[in-house]
Design a protein around this ligand. Structure first.
Ligand SMILES: N[C@@H](CCC(=O)N[C@@H](CS)C(=O)NCC(=O)O)C(=O)O
Length: 217
């Protein structure tokens, strides 16, 4: 049995759920006991982060490591290209997402509450975000997904990030334009059969979360 410590609001959790769904693996999701980072949860998963995978004797955190493990545990459908250089590129794209794009999106969450909002931060961060997506456009030629026709490990993190970007743009109306080739990529990604359900569900979860933040701080 595959157990995933996860929460509906977790973007890295969403990334992992897309992969599990694409692999047609069955899994059970548990909330981290007493919340992520809690001493109780750290006794099970020392890093304290979600998602974390429990499978047989293995306890594994870090969404990219979980993705690579599941891709080896269930090789079909393959989620990495067969060519060694394309495979390395797919891994680099996933890291670029996790280290250079997702943290910028996440840093906006403290701005949702109107009482602590900082317009200067919002504008500066948007400039950085635009730079990162422009860099991504230089790195890839989606056809229509990042590494070709098949969904790869590199794609999974982008789906929740596009959902977060939608929410942030509707809340803050900052100056940002998704480069044209990435607009086509986004469309192909979020309509992919293995992605669509998790993407739309994540949009709803984010909307509920932000409504609550706007109302209650
Ligand atoms: N690099 C980690 C990041 C996961 C992550 O930051 N998860 C958040 C929730 S979306 C979390 O657990 N934060 C708690 C913490 O960092 O202590 C991964 O890819 O799994």
């Amino acid at each position: 049995m595959i157990l995933l410590y996860d929460l509906a609001i977790s973007s890295y959790g969403c990334k992992t759920r897309i992969l599990l769904r694409h692999k047609r693996l069955e899994w059970t999701s548990n909330a981290p006991p007493n919340g992520y980072g809690s001493p109780t949860y750290c006794e099970i998963v020392p890093s304290g982060t979600i998602p974390a995978l429990v499978h047989n004797e293995l306890i594994l955190s870090e969404s990219d490591a979980i993705a690579e493990y599941l891709n080896e545990f269930k090789p079909q459908p393959a989620m990495l290209p067969t060519n060694i250089q394309e495979r390395a590129t797919a891994r680099a794209l996933s890291r670029f997402h996790d280290t250079s794009i997702e943290p910028l999106l996440r840093s906006y969450f403290a701005q949702v509450n109107p009482t602590t909002r900082n317009p200067t931060f919002i504008a500066k961060n948007a400039t950085l975000l635009q730079r990162r997506f422009n860099q991504l456009e230089q790195m890839v030629k989606p056809s229509p997904l990042l590494t070709g026709e098949s969904l790869s490990l590199a794609d999974c993190g982008f789906a929740p990030s596009f959902a977060i970007l939608n929410l942030l743009q509707s809340l803050f109306a900052f100056d940002f334009k998704l480069p044209t080739t990435l607009q086509a990529y986004k469309k192909a990604l979020i309509t992919h059969p293995s992605v669509h359900y998790e993407y739309t569900n994540y949009i709803d979860v984010l909307a509920n979360w932000s409504e609550d933040k706007l109302a209650n701080g």
